[in-house]
Design a protein around this ligand. Structure first.
Ligand SMILES: *[C@@H]1O[C@H](CO)[C@@H](O)[C@H](O)[C@H]1NC(C)=O
Ligand SMILES: *[C@@H]1O[C@H](CO)[C@@H](O)[C@H](O)[C@H]1NC(C)=O
Ligand SMILES: *[C@@H]1O[C@H](CO)[C@@H](O)[C@H](O)[C@H]1NC(C)=O
Ligand SMILES: *[C@@H]1O[C@H](CO)[C@@H](O)[C@H](O)[C@H]1NC(C)=O
Ligand SMILES: *[C@@H]1O[C@H](CO)[C@@H](O)[C@H](O)[C@H]1NC(C)=O
Ligand SMILES: *[C@@H]1O[C@H](CO)[C@@H](O)[C@H](O)[C@H]1NC(C)=O
Ligand SMILES: *[C@@H]1O[C@H](CO)[C@@H](O)[C@H](O)[C@H]1NC(C)=O
Ligand SMILES: *[C@@H]1O[C@H](CO)[C@@H](O)[C@H](O)[C@H]1NC(C)=O
Ligand SMILES: *[C@@H]1O[C@H](CO)[C@@H](O)[C@H](O)[C@H]1NC(C)=O
Ligand SMILES: *[C@@H]1O[C@H](CO)[C@@H](O)[C@H](O)[C@H]1NC(C)=O
Ligand SMILES: *[C@@H]1O[C@H](CO)[C@@H](O)[C@H](O)[C@H]1NC(C)=O
Ligand SMILES: [Zn+2]
Length: 712
């Protein structure tokens, strides 16, 4: 899917103004005094080999391969095998395909027609234009515009505009007295995960949902501002449509029919999936198709600027007043899907380390909603093929990593993180027993601004590695570029990509990518989940020269190399205490906004004790290093590997057992964006103070378990 989110923080965020795919970031004031540039950190021979091994021409070849054949989830085993073959050819000692039989659905047909009160009709096109310049936009087997895991059925009725479709949008509609029962929802993309828009509409008795792309979310780079539309320029092609899954991601990801266990074998038991997939039909449309539908609401219900929601969430850029409705016009829509139990294939490559019980996993998904997928996900895929080649070259020099390295090319991420979740469910004992970190790259390159989100113990090493990479052939390190954009802010993991199942089993995780400028919107529009996320777009606008791919690949490989090789596992456990202090401060704000007192002293104490134990672990590490005591070093490395498992030791969050981490989770009503101390925070926000206090205890208990693992 390709979403990396920064924690919603104290300064203004632009989050909701963006496409759901895009990184949520603080608005940083670029007019502050420029930082002095840093010199590239010195490189060792192995690091020089890694840097020089990355070749933008071969990366472009890999990208071309993946983006010129259908590779919708479960539809292209040969791409999985090809990936494994490239790794074998590079010298990765062992490769294989791991197969699962999962529930997926595929589009059959759909229709939509709007009938005005006077009897005239408008029929939306529901297709993206074929562009002569963009070869894959005309492939005969190109994939229709549709929603994965959408409901088969028809709906008819008046319609209501629901903003971004979050619970707060529905609160605003209810307080404006808008009748929702039996109506069709029309929602703007952006903000929460799209499945939650459909979920909320369904929960309010609505019978169908239409999701559209709003030009306001493109910022400055619009046709109205004088930019030409793709393929002639960097602005959005007006026919582009965002496909995507409508699974209820924040309840649980993975095969919806096998919650908590792997989809293996012909006789696996299949659970009822109705709690995690919609029971009303939904269809995605372009801004061009949306214009007449939105305009048909003008003069009906409450005008957009009077709705009790911030403008950037409610009133968009179409020529309409964004009135609530209900309309007098009526929409008839239908959406038919083929339900299927089908095989999916994860390509796996393994390099054994010298220490059998420590493992680093590097993952990227391979499946795309379209023939292309040049950014999502195959920028990351091209990078991990080149990464495999680079590790092969290191092995050829006689290098063997201390820790096992496992490369994973996931299938069916787009429907709901299916390939990675089933794999984690299959191998969980071994994963819990050996994995020190999971490194994820999804949309590796959709623009020139790098960003990372990670669990706290990975912050330091992740930032240090940026100092070793020159960014896109410029005389500037990745670190300098990243600092200018983010002022050093590492994001908090929510959900939206394959790190999710790892994180919620207590594995240190990072997600990385490079995106268009999220603040000033100066970069070409990335056509997320559209036919125009193609090789042609990438090589013309997204990353001409494939230099972002190259820099991101060097970065990921250096990070993997260090985590796999350094004698002392480069995880900074003390930063977990520092970050939890910040989340604790945020929690106090949530509590004060709720005007209730919640006793969090047990949590406070648990964090303070954790800090002491982390300091002891660090002292022990220094002792092991200075004495060259390998046995002691191993003891400390095990503590660093294992302490995070403590955070998932208390069972799942209320109503969503899959999400077990007590420090971070995707928001129940955001899906992508994270909440910290979610058990406590979400119960306070829901007004359930008894449960919130129980979650203070459980959160504190988990932190104590983590701290006790670190303790000397
Ligand atoms: C940005 O920083 C400059 C220089 O410090 C300051 O004058 C300006 O008011 C700041 N702008 C905002 C929006 O904070
Ligand atoms: C590159 O940047 C470094 C400082 O980071 C500077 O010393 C050097 O002169 C620069 N080289 C060029 C060609 O601009
Ligand atoms: C799988 O992908 C490859 C490369 O993109 C393509 O050549 C092949 O036709 C695809 N297979 C199917 C069944 O579409
Ligand atoms: C769409 O597919 C459904 C289910 O297969 C079928 O009943 C219906 O006739 C089809 N409609 C059209 C217009 O092809
Ligand atoms: C019917 O109403 C729509 C929307 O107001 C308008 O565009 C259309 O021209 C009208 N058709 C007729 C025949 O009056
Ligand atoms: C299939 O599963 C059912 C119930 O889970 C079990 O009773 C049955 O023995 C299984 N059959 C085979 C062939 O494994
Ligand atoms: C916006 O719509 C109104 C009527 O609904 C029309 O008069 C006006 O010309 C439109 N503006 C643009 C820029 O298309
Ligand atoms: C890697 O280690 C595993 C488990 O120790 C072993 O079964 C396997 O044969 C090893 N692979 C290679 C290529 O040495
Ligand atoms: C983009 O728009 C913002 C305001 O929305 C403005 O401050 C900024 O200067 C614009 N940037 C460009 C490059 O047009
Ligand atoms: C690779 O980079 C070089 C130098 O920047 C450039 O000339 C070349 O066109 C790039 N290759 C591709 C396939 O874009
Ligand atoms: C808390 O109190 C403030 C000030 O009295 C009020 O504005 C706010 O709405 C209250 N919040 C809640 C959640 O009751
Ligand atoms: Zn993706």
């Amino acid at each position: 899917m390709g979403v990396k989110s920064l924690k919603l923080a104290l300064v203004a965020v632009l989050a909701t103004g963006l496409d759901a795919c895009q990184r949520e970031r603080k608005i940083h004031n670029h007019s502050h005094v420029k930082r002095a540039l840093t010199q590239r950190a010195p490189l060792t021979a192995d690091e020089r080999l890694i840097i020089s091994s990355f070749d933008n021409n071969s990366i472009s070849d890999w990208s071309y391969y993946y983006t010129h054949g259908l590779h919708l989830a479960g539809r292209n085993e040969s791409q999985a095998q090809w990936t494994a073959d490239r790794w074998s050819e590079a010298g990765i000692p062992s490769t294989r395909l791991d197969t699962y039989n999962v529930f997926l659905d595929y589009p059959i047909n759909k229709s939509m027609i709007m009938t005005y009160a006077n009897g005239s009709v408008f029929t939306p096109a529901l297709v993206e234009d074929v562009l002569p310049e963009d070869d894959t936009s005309s492939y005969p087997n190109r994939i229709p515009t549709f929603h994965g895991y959408s409901f088969s059925g028809a709906a008819s009725g008046e319609f209501v505009y629901i903003g971004r479709g979050q619970q707060v949008d529905f609160d605003a509609l209810v307080s404006a007295g808008v009748d929702l029962e039996g109506k069709i929802a029309i929602s703007r993309y952006g903000g929460p995960f799209r499945g939650l828009k459909v979920k909320n509409a369904q929960a309010h008795g609505m019978v169908g949902a239409i999701l559209f792309t709003d030009p306001a979310d493109d910022g400055n780079v619009t046709v109205a501002n004088g930019y030409a539309a793709y393929p002639d320029g960097p602005a959005r092609n007006p026919t582009s449509v965002q496909r995507g899954s409508v699974q209820f991601l924040s309840t649980y990801p993975g095969d919806p029919t096998t919650p908590g266990y792997p989809s293996i074998g012909n006789n696996v038991s299949r659970a009822d999936k109705s709690a995690v997939v919609p029971q009303i039909p939904s269809i995605p449309i372009s801004l061009l198709d949306a214009q007449p539908i939105l305009a048909a609401l003008d003069g009906h219900g409450t005008p957009g600027r009077q709705v009790d929601r911030p403008t950037e969430d409610w009133v968009g850029g179409l020529n309409a007043t964004y009135s609530t409705g209900p309309s007098t016009a009526v929409i008839d829509m239908s959406n038919y899907m083929q339900d299927d139990y089908t095989d999916i294939w994860n390509a796996i490559g393994v390099i054994n380390g010298t220490s059998a019980d420590e493992t680093v996993i590097i993952g990227n998904h391979r499946d795309a909603w379209i023939i292309g997928g040049a950014a999502d996900p195959n920028s990351g895929t091209a990078i991990i093929v080149e990464l495999g080649r680079t590790l092969g070259k290191l092995l050829a020099t006689g290098w063997q990593p201390r820790r096992n390295i496992v490369l994973c090319s996931w299938d069916a991420e787009e429907y709901g993180l299916v390939g990675s979740t089933e794999w984690v469910e299959q191998y969980i004992p071994w994963i819990s027993g050996t994995v020190v970190s999971y490194l994820n790259i999804d949309v590796g390159a959709s623009g020139p601004h790098p960003g990372i989100s990670a669990t706290p113990e990975l912050h330091e090493i992740s930032i240090e590695m940026m100092k070793k990479v020159m960014w896109m052939g410029m005389n500037q390190t990745m670190y300098d570029v990243w600092m200018d954009d983010t002022e050093g802010e590492v994001g908090v993991l929510g959900s939206g990509s394959d790190y999710t199942a790892f994180l919620h089993n207590g594995i240190a995780s990072i997600d990385m990518g490079s995106d268009p400028d999220p603040v000033e919107h100066r970069d070409p529009i990335y056509h997320y989940h559209s036919n125009y996320d193609s090789y042609h777009w990438m090589s013309t606008y997204g990353d001409p020269g494939f230099l972002t791919h190259k820099s991101m690949g060097q970065y990921l490989t250096l990070l993997a190399y260090h985590i796999a090789s350094e004698p002392s596992l480069p995880l900074n456990v003390l930063n977990y205490a520092d970050q939890m202090d910040l989340y604790y401060t945020d929690l106090q704000e949530v509590i004060s906004e709720a005007n209730r007192s919640v006793d969090t002293s047990e949590l406070r104490q648990a964090i303070d004790t954790f800090r002491t134990q982390a300091q002891e672990a660090q002292a022990l590490e220094q002792q092991a290093m200075s004495m060259g005591d390998e046995a002691l070093l191993e003891v400390v490395n095990r503590k660093k590997r294992d302490f995070q498992r403590g955070f998932v030791s208390q069972g799942g969050l209320p109503g969503r057992e899959f999400y077990k981490h007590v420090v971070f989770a995707p928001g129940l009503d955001t899906g992508y964006a994270p909440v910290t101390f979610p058990g406590i925070t979400e119960q306070i926000e829901a007004g359930d103070f008894d449960l919130a206090e129980q979650w203070v205890e459980r959160t504190a208990a988990a932190i104590r378990v983590a701290g006790n693992i670190l303790r000397t």
